[in-house]
Design a protein around this ligand. Structure first.
Ligand SMILES: *Cc1c(COP(=O)(O)O)cnc(C)c1O
Length: 366
């Protein structure tokens, strides 16, 4: 089975982890600090905190921004953690419809702003940046915080600027299937010292060290720390991430060429001002195939293609049904149409050719 995404671990990655396993410190040591410094320098950002998941990083960002009791405008087309962590902070998610590329529609945000709105959370679907400049301007005009859930887009760029420096807070995921991995893991990136300091306390019990054994706790916190061996893996992966992206870009461009103007489905074009991490390669079935999507999905699995659907929109999940006043047509159409096909750094162009052929053959028989 060729999965829609896969990690790539080489000997250097494995050795980096083994070295830490043989050392004295398994947690709270220099690997974590070095990983944070190297991430900050790769991204050109002031402050980076690594977490044991993007979910805990999201939680901490929302908590540091004090979003409890406020409304937060976000995308329905994300992994559920983006919205779950709002609920866990007692914030109210307000879902804004998306565009045909799966990203929040920057032109529909303003009409959802109320006196209770305090933040916007955008998601870089499939690794393609949102129109961040326009959204950032809007956030500034209404004094809202902009949080970018960039779990898909590590290493991506918008108009030549790295994702991670374009919002008030950016979140990355290092889950195994994301653009680079620490097994489980995530990062919070910000230029705000205040957000950084608050999130750092939330990450580790709220404990402020004083002298010797003396410490104090003024606000409670969690244990959201990343282990030393996971950090060491992250440092090693960071050296390879640009190669990963380049390989996924090759695969994606090959698909773009083969699938150009085929009668069955469309793909996601990436405009020149955006560098996508190509975390996912989504295809969008033409409407007449929507009814057959289940059987298409099952047949692709049978043919060894580990396809997936990203995502069932959050507002259609039972927990979230009460948070939507009117249907979100674009998100719902997107859900009918979308399938993610294999695109990852372990694939060769030959693998991509086989996968494309397999997919087109299947549609030919429908
Ligand atoms: C994967 C993902 C998350 C959660 O990341 P974890 O590291 O697994 O907690 C959050 N948001 C989006 C958009 C994701 O894709």
């Amino acid at each position: 089975m060729n999965p829609y995404s896969r990690q790539s671990l080489n000997e250097a990655d494995i050795q980096a982890v083994l070295d830490v396993l043989k050392s004295d410190l398994l947690t709270q040591g220099e690997q974590t600090e070095l990983f944070e410094q190297e991430l900050a320098s790769y991204l050109g950002a002031k402050f980076v905190l690594v977490f044991n998941s993007a979910t805990s990083a999201l939680f901490s960002a929302y908590r540091a921004l004090n979003l409890g009791g406020t409304e937060v405008i976000t995308s329905p087309l994300s992994f559920v953690a983006t919205a779950n962590m709002l609920l866990e902070n007692q914030a109210i998610p307000v879902f804004c419809d998306i565009k045909i590329d799966g990203n929040i529609d920057e032109n529909k945000i303003e009409s959802l702003i109320t006196p209770k709105t305090r933040a916007i959370v955008s998601v870089d679907y499939a690794g393609k940046s949102v129109e961040i400049d326009q959204i950032y301007k809007l956030a500034q005009a209404y004094d809202l915080a902009l949080i970018s859930d960039s779990s898909h887009s590590f290493g991506g760029q918008y108009q030549g600027r790295k994702i991670g420096t374009l919002a008030d807070v950016t979140i990355f995921s290092f889950h195994a299937l994301k653009p680079m991995t620490t097994g489980e893991g995530g990062a919070l990136v910000t230029d705000s010292e205040e957000i950084y300091q608050k999130a750092k306390l939330i990450r580790s019990h709220g404990v402020v060290k004083k002298t010797l054994w003396n410490s104090d706790v003024a606000h409670s916190g969690f244990n959201f720390r990343l282990s030393e061996f996971a950090s060491a893996l992250g440092r090693s992966q960071l050296k390879r991430v640009d190669d990963f992206i380049a390989q996924r870009e090759k695969i994606a461009r090959f698909y773009d060429e083969v699938f150009f103007e085929n009668p069955y489905f469309d793909f996601l074009p990436i405009p020149v001002h955006i560098k996508s991490s190509r975390h996912l390669y989504p295809i969008f079935l033409k409407q007449k195939y929507w009814c057959a999507k289940e059987s298409i999905f099952a047949s692709l699995l049978e043919r060894g293609l580990g396809v997936q659907v990203h995502y069932k929109p959050i507002h259609l999940l039972s927990l979230y049904r009460s948070y939507v006043a009117s249907p979100l047509y674009c998100a719902e159409r997107f859900y009918h149409a979308e399938l993610s096909i294999p695109c990852h750094q372990l694939m060769s162009l030959e693998d991509a050719r086989k996968s494309a052929e397999n997919i087109l053959n299947l549609f030919n028989t429908l």
